[in-house]
Ligand binder design. Structure first.
Ligand SMILES: [Zn+2]
Length: 256
């Protein structure tokens, strides 16, 4: 999430996003824009819940949501599924109708997304087969430019998008630990092939940060995230072997 001028721009809505915002001390009512990079559950599972829970917590102003299809239908069906609660809270608690507050914008391509008094947002198509389109986003604010890769294999489009940015938040995997990760599940062979085809190693994330000329690289969406044999120092060393700027390993609730 990026917060500027007491306005929250949420990028992706994985499991527990509303709870994590509260844990971070961010009132749900300041959520103004939601951006989805791609339609995978670890990026969209709580998309509808975030809006719904924010509204139940007092949100009464417009929310714009942006992302690949079928975002419009997902939004419509989510409200339909939860119509009982929504209607009850309107008639029984005097809340403003929720559905008209939410404006959905489906994105399919590289280019400008939106701008307001706080940020200018640009998208780029990244490489995350078979999920098409998958997007990365760049936020240019008054005092900082921040790029979020989404999930992607090494992507030239992303290098272009990130050129000269202050911060690049890039997804990263640690190839030496993938066998241990997939060894826990029955679909190991297919899962390994899938991960290797559509993620970027920490070393390559460093290469991309270097090529784009960013100041700080934040490794995020770590694959694996929970292997004690892969320490923060190992992630940093892998990225620093290719990148001369600052490297940070992302953790839940980290503030930069
Ligand atoms: Zn994904």
């Amino acid at each position: 999430m990026i917060v500027t001028n007491n306005t929250a721009y949420v990028i992706d809505c994985g499991d527990g996003v509303a709870r994590q915002l509260v844990s971070a001390g961010v009132p749900l009512t300041i959520v103004r824009h939601i951006f989805i990079t791609h339609q995978h559950s670890d990026h969209n599972a709580d998309y509808g819940n975030l809006i719904w829970l924010a509204w139940a917590a007092g949100l009464s102003a417009r929310v714009d949501t942006w992302g690949p299809p079928p975002l419009e239908n997902m939004t419509k069906l989510f409200f339909e599924m939860n119509a009982y609660d929504i209607d009850t809270r309107i008639s029984n608690e005097g809340r403003v109708p929720l559905v008209p507050l939410v404006h959905v914008h489906e994105l399919r391509d590289t280019g400008p997304v939106m701008s307001d008094g706080n940020v200018k947002v640009t998208a780029a198509l990244v490489d995350h087969p078979p999920v098409v389109p998958a997007l990365g986003y760049r936020f240019d604010a008054r005092d900082r430019s921040i790029v979020i890769s989404g999930d992607t294999a090494p992507s030239d489009n992303l290098v272009r998008l990130a050129r000269g940015a202050d911060v690049l938040v890039h997804s990263a995997m640690y190839p030496g630990a993938i066998d241990r990760l997939v060894g826990r599940v029955p679909n190991a062979a297919m899962l390994k092939e899938s991960i290797l085809s559509h993620q970027t190693s920490a070393e390559d994330a460093g290469r991309i940060a270097q090529a784009a000329g960013v100041k700080t690289l934040v490794l995020s969406h770590l694959v694996p995230a929970d292997d004690p044999e892969v320490t923060d120092q190992m992630w940093i060393r892998a990225a620093e072997s290719q990148f001369h700027g600052k490297v940070i390993v992302g953790h839940d609730l980290l503030e930069i």
